[in-house]
Design a protein around this ligand. Sequence first.
Ligand SMILES: O=C(O)C(=O)C[C@]1(C(=O)O)C=C[C@@H](O)C=C1
Length: 279
Amino acid sequence: MRAERFALARTRATIDAVDDGMLLLLAARRRLVRLAARLKPSAGLVASDPARESAVRQRGQRLARRLDVPAGTAAHLFDLMIADARAQQGLSDDADQGGQDRSPVMLDGMNPPNDLSRAAPMLRLLPPPRRIAPLLRVLPARWQHALLERAMARVLAAPIADGALDFMAGRRLGIEVSDLGLCWVLSLRDGRLVVVDDRPEASVRGSATDLLLLASRLEDADTLFFQRNLVLTGDTELGLTARNLLDRLPWESVPLGLRIALNRGARFARAAREAHRQR
Ligand SMILES: O=C(O)C(=O)C[C@]1(C(=O)O)C=C[C@@H](O)C=C1
């Protein structure tokens, strides 16, 4: 009985932590909605976007199905979030009766501008990585690991296939994202890079932005290590082999969509960092 009471108290404390996480995520969504609201006029879009709302709802339903969350519950949650986002922008509660702004208007040159510096005032509204860190900690480790393993399998498919990563078999290389407080230890097992629960023999440490700049090839490994934006610790030979491999990665073999996503993400993260530095 006492053990059950204790277990219940611990369970409830964890429920509280999850509730906090949900509110933190809602606060983050509201900030992003504020940013979207500011970006839309200069992107040639009107505030109300029923097509986007329906895409957001559909994504939510798909994920809910995979996570075993009842469809009705997920639908309520999305109704609430979207109604809140519409209220933030002074829009009526119901997108279908949302006044004149029926569908988004696309103007010429809708591609994201190359020069993100003009968006600095808005980028400053984004929370810096250290504020995002508590949100990421709410994500269960096994989800983080599964996402990372899937991303690595796609980015590194060619070097894994041609044996360029064989030196990682049974070795443990750490990736530390300093500003997000994240650390993963990678190893090559059965021809796959996996996250293992062990101490690293060598580690690469850097901020989320610098690691993204490296992954997207917007900065080369030499520059990042020379400027000490990325730091190698532990077994030098293993670290240097990994670092040299990064330099020789056949970028052309990475699927085009992923290359574009990485490139955009890295440029966005760099611009947001600049905007925060100028504050
Ligand atoms: O993406 C936007 O433009 C938003 O303002 C966010 C959001 C949403 O809640 O997802 C809200 C209102 C728009 O009609 C479309 C989507």
